[in-house]
Write a protein that binds this ligand. Structure first.
Ligand SMILES: Cc1ncc(COP(=O)(O)O)c(C=O)c1O
Length: 449
C-alpha cells in the first residue's frame, strides 16, 4: 500500500516548492521521478516502480547500488574520524594510502595527487596547476586553455569556459577570457581534408589553434579520452597519438579529463591506455567512489611535481573537503572492488555485448544514423535523413520524446539532443542489457514510426 504523502506525484509537488535542481528545467521535471532505493543496476521510485539505471546515476555508480561494503566503509570511517583538514600541516592516513594506491595504478609518470569533491573542481585544479607550472618555469604568458566543441568539463566558472557545449553558457556569460575551442574529432561527422586520415586531421586542429594564438600563450589542452556528455564520441585510433606529438612539440600540457572514463568504464583502467599515450595531468571523479561519496582529484606527472617542489612557494589552492577522510576511505574500498571484480574486463565484454545488441536491433532503422561505444559507454544517434546525416529540427524534440517513451517502459537514462546515451553500472546483467535494447528499440519505434 503506497503512502499518499510520499507518492511520486506528491513528492514532486513538494520538490517544486523549494528545490533548485542541477540543470533545472521545470517543464521537464513535471514528469520527474523521486528515487527511494537502488539495487545493482536498478533504481526504484516513490511509487515502487523499478527502472534500469541506464546511465548509472551520472556515469558514476559503476559498482552498482546497494553495496554494503561501501556503506559500511563510510559508516566505520565517519565513526573513527569523520573529518580533519587536508591543509598543509594536517593529513590523514586514508588520503596518504589513496595517493600511494593511485600512484601504483595510474599512468606510470603520474605519481602526485590533489583531491577535490568532484569533477568541476578537478577541472579548476588542472587549470590552476597548468598556469602555476608555466609561471614557475619562468613562462608566465602561457595561460590559455584549449578544449573541444562537444566537451564537458563541469560548470564552475573556469570549467564552464572550458566546456564546449554552448547551451551551458548564455545565462552565465561572459565566459572567462583565454579559453578557446577546436572541433571535436567526432568520427561520424568530421570531414578530413584530402590526404589526411580523419584522426590526424582532427588532431591537427589543435596545432592550427596553437599556431594562430602563439604557443607562448597556451598553457594546456584538455580532452576527455571519450567525450561523454557530448554524445559518447570515441576518437579515431590515430587521434590521441597525434595530439600527444603536438603537445610535446609546442610545449602544451595535455590534460586528460577522465572523470567519466577513469577506473575501468571504457575497458581499460584509464582510457588513454587504449592509444598508448600518457597525459601530463589526469582528472578523475565519479567512479573513484562509485558515486557513494562526492570525490575527485587530479594527478600530475613527475616533471610538474618536481617543478612545484623545487620552487618551494606555497600552493595557494584549496578546498575544505580536499582529502576528506571518508571520501578517501570509500575511494580505497571502491578501488579494491574494481580490482577484485575486474571492472575493466567486465566493462569491455559487457560493453561489446551491448554494442552488438544495439547494432543488431537498430542498425537498419531508417533514422538510426550511428551506433557507437567504447566499453560501457554507448550512444545511438538519431537523424532525420540517414544518407545526408541531417539532424531533426530541434523543435521536434525527437530525443526528449524517445527518452520519455523509454522511461515509461522502465529504462531511465539521458539524451544529448537526439543522441541517446547508455552507460549502465559495470555490475549490469546481460538480461538487463537485453531489456535496455528492447526498450530503446520500442521507444524509437514509437516516436519514429
Ligand atoms: C568529463 C567530465 N568532467 C567534469 C565533469 C564535472 O564533474 P562534476 O559534475 O562532479 O563537477 C563531468 C560531469 O559529468 C564530466 O563528465
Amino acid at each position: 500500500m503506497i503512502n499518499v504523502a510520499t507518492t511520486n506525484t506528491n513528492l514532486l509537488a513538494r520538490d517544486d516548492a523549494h528545490l533548485i535542481h542541477p540543470l533545472h528545467d521545470r517543464k521537464l521535471h513535471e514528469r520527474g521521478h523521486v528515487w527511494v532505493k537502488g539495487d545493482g543496476a536498478l533504481v526504484t521510485d516513490a511509487d515502487g516502480r523499478e527502472f534500469i539505471d541506464g546511465l548509472s546515476g551520472l556515469w558514476n555508480v559503476t559498482a552498482g547500488h546497494g553495496r554494503r561494503e561501501l556503506a559500511e566503509t563510510m559508516h566505520d570511517q565517519a565513526a573513527t574520524l569523520a573529518y580533519v583538514s587536508g591543509y598543509s600541516g594536517s593529513s590523514n592516513r586514508w588520503s596518504i594510502e589513496l595517493a600511494e594506491r593511485l600512484a601504483a595504478i595510474c599512468y606510470p609518470s603520474i605519481n602526485h595527487f590533489f583531491f577535490t569533491s568532484g569533477g568541476g573542481e578537478a577541472t579548476e585544479s588542472s587549470i590552476k596547476m597548468a598556469r602555476a607550472y608555466w609561471k614557475l618555469r619562468g613562462r608566465p604568458t602561457k595561460t590559455k586553455v584549449i578544449s573541444r566543441i562537444d566537451s564537458y568539463h563541469g560548470v564552475t566558472m573556469a570549467a564552464m569556459s572550458a566546456t564546449g557545449m554552448s547551451p551551458y553558457w548564455p545565462l552565465f556569460e561572459p565566459r572567462m577570457p583565454g579559453f578557446l575551442h577546436i572541433p571535436s574529432p567526432y568520427p561520424y561527422r568530421y570531414d578530413a581534408p584530402a590526404g589526411f586520415s580523419e584522426g590526424v586531421a582532427a588532431a591537427n586542429e589543435l596545432e592550427r589553434a596553437i599556431r594562430r594564438e602563439g604557443a607562448e600563450t597556451i598553457a594546456m589542452f584538455i580532452a576527455e579520452p571519450v567525450q561523454g556528455a557530448g554524445g559518447v564520441i570515441v576518437p579515431q585510433a590515430d587521434y590521441f597519438p597525434r595530439i600527444r606529438e603536438i603537445c610535446d612539440q609546442y610545449e602544451v600540457l595535455l590534460v586528460a579529463d577522465e572523470v567519466i572514463t577513469g577506473f575501468g568504464r571504457t575497458g581499460k583502467l584509464f582510457a588513454l591506455d587504449h592509444w598508448g599515450i600518457e597525459p601530463d595531468i589526469m582528472q578523475f571523479a565519479k567512479a573513484v567512489t562509485s558515486g557513494y561519496f562526492p570525490f575527485g582529484g587530479i594527478g600530475i606527472n613527475d616533471a610538474i611535481a618536481r617543478t612545484l617542489r623545487e620552487d618551494g612557494r606555497p600552493w595557494m589552492h584549496a578546498y575544505t573537503y580536499s582529502a576528506h577522510p571518508v571520501g578517501c576511505a570509500v575511494a580505497l574500498r571502491t578501488l579494491q572492488i574494481i580490482e577484485d571484480e575486474c571492472f575493466p574486463e567486465q566493462a569491455a565484454s559487457k560493453g561489446q555485448y551491448l554494442l552488438d545488441a544495439l547494432t543488431s536491433a537498430l542498425a537498419d532503422h531508417p533514422h538510426v544514423g550511428n551506433i557507437r561505444g567504447k566499453g560501457l559507454m554507448c550512444a545511438v544517434e538519431l537523424v532525420a535523413d540517414k544518407p545526408t546525416k541531417a539532424t531533426f529540427p530541434a523543435d521536434r524534440k525527437v530525443g526528449v520524446k524517445v527518452n520519455h517513451e523509454a522511461i515509461e517502459r522502465g529504462l531511465f537514462s539521458r539524451v544529448r539532443d537526439d543522441i541517446y546515451l547508455l552507460a549502465p553500472a559495470v555490475v549490469v546483467t546481460n538480461e538487463q542489457l537485453d531489456r535496455s535494447v528492447e526498450i530503446l528499440t520500442e521507444s524509437i519505434g514509437a516516436v519514429l514510426r
